[in-house]
Design a protein around this ligand. Structure first.
Ligand code: SF4
Length: 395
């Protein structure tokens, strides 16, 4: 029961749902790999459904299941709430009666839910191997090294404000909290950049180069006032020092494998084939894709645009395929399709499979908590500082 998808562009083989002891050695692609008992791995869909439903009924109010928009339909059908990562973390924090928060998403989201939830609440990520390839492109050792080099180069009054995207590990959020920085989401990134430039002279933006660049351009910063920091090979270019001294935004070289699949040719083709179509893209896409689109914005923004559109609207959408398919199903009076012709979902999100739900839920019924995600108190404190700075901007 292992699904494999080959990405035509990246040639990457993506192993999707879950790893049995038998298949694990062959597909050991993640640092956070776990092994699901064969008993669950070999169960059919009906049996899994029966067990998940029974466990939910037993746990009742003590359990809340959160489903990120990019989860497949077989998971979303069990979610008490759907949303993007930040909305889900806030919803979890608001359900204090729930002892267990089952987060159907990826690792950094479960960490954020743990940071924002009450001490008695336990956050569970059904499959610990569900990470985020973008979040993994920045780690604390690399960010601290970057910070040291920038500070040495630019001096103590360099005025660098670190800004991390929500899609980052808890210790990077904590780094921002500790160093006068902040967290942003794809919805509030322009407001956060505005705040950052009121606090200092430069922004170090990680881990997504493209969200950083698109936001900087929207804010009025020119491309030549931004530079890219490659953590694997920093300061390699001859002009690196000069570029950093000139830069107002230093962009971490990270990207989302899902949103990097979209290109301008797909947009041109869609416009040629479907006159009147509107192109709606996510800001994790490259600059040229965002500029060629009619509209761009966060996952929630994309959903709102389609919900508010009249019947007969036509949309070419550049975001994760599970969400686009669901939008198409929920709005049959509109024509909605994903601009990427090859079905290539977020492979890390796809690692949540009903077998994992059945496994962790039945364990909870038996009083055992497995696959809990827990952030240590010091990290959680400083991460909360950075998150609260972001929240105060909305007030
Ligand atoms: S869609 Fe991209 S940013 Fe979102 S979880 Fe998947 S890899 Fe990470």
């Amino acid at each position: 029961m292992v699904l494999k998808i080959e990405c035509a562009e990246s040639q990457e083989t993506r192993v999707l749902p879950f790893l049995t002891p038998r298949t694990r050695a062959k597909h050991d692609l993640s640092k956070r790999v776990d092994v699901i008992p064969t008993f669950y791995a070999e169960m059919d869909g009906e049996e899994l459904d029966r067990r998940i439903s029974a466990a939910r009924a037993t746990l009742a109010e003590r359990l809340v299941i959160l489903g990120h928009h990019y989860q497949r339909d077989e998971i979303i059908k069990y979610a008490d709430y759907r949303g993007d990562s930040f909305k889900l973390a806030q919803l979890a924090a608001g359900r204090k009666e729930a002892d267990y928060i089952l987060f159907c998403g990826v690792h950094f989201m479960a960490e954020s839910a743990d940071i924002l939830s009450a001490a008695h609440q336990k956050v569970i990520l059904p499959n610990p191997a569900a990470g985020c390839s973008m979040a993994d492109m920045a780690n604390i050792a690399e960010v601290e090294e970057c910070w040291q080099i920038l500070t040495d180069l630019l001096g103590e009054d360099a005025g660098i404000i670190p800004v991390t995207y929500m899609n980052s590990a808890a210790n990077l959020k904590a780094f921002c909290g500790h160093n006068g920085g902040v967290v942003c989401t794809s919805s509030n990134a322009p407001k956060v950049i505005d705040w950052a430039f009121k606090q200092g002279k430069r922004v170090l933006f990680f881990p997504d180069e493209h969200l950083g660049r698109n936001t900087g351009l929207k804010y009025g910063i020119r491309e030549d006032q931004m530079t890219v920091w490659n953590p694997k090979d920093p300061m390699s270019s001859e002009d690196a020092e000069e570029e950093i001294e000139r830069a107002r935004i230093i962009l971490w070289k990270g990207y989302c494998t899902t949103h990097m699949r979209f290109n301008v040719q797909q947009i041109q083709k869609a416009r040629a084939e479907y006159p009147g179509i509107k192109i709606l893209v996510h800001p994790e896409c490259r600059r040229e894709v965002v500029e060629a689109a009619d509209l761009y914005g966060s996952t929630e923004y994309i959903i709102q645009q389609i919900e508010r559109a009249p019947a007969g609207s036509k949309w070419g959408v550049a975001t994760e395929i599970n969400l686009v398919h669901r939008l198409a199903q929920e709005h049959p009076d509109q024509f909605i399709f994903c601009l990427d012709p090859i079905v290539c979902p977020c492979s890390t999100m796809y690692r949540i499979h009903p077998a994992y739900l059945a496994w962790v839920l039945e364990a909870l019924v038996n009083g055992e908590v497995i696959n809990q995600v827990s952030v240590d108190e010091e990290t959680a404190h400083w991460a909360r500082v950075a998150l609260e700075r972001m929240l105060s901007l909305a007030a």
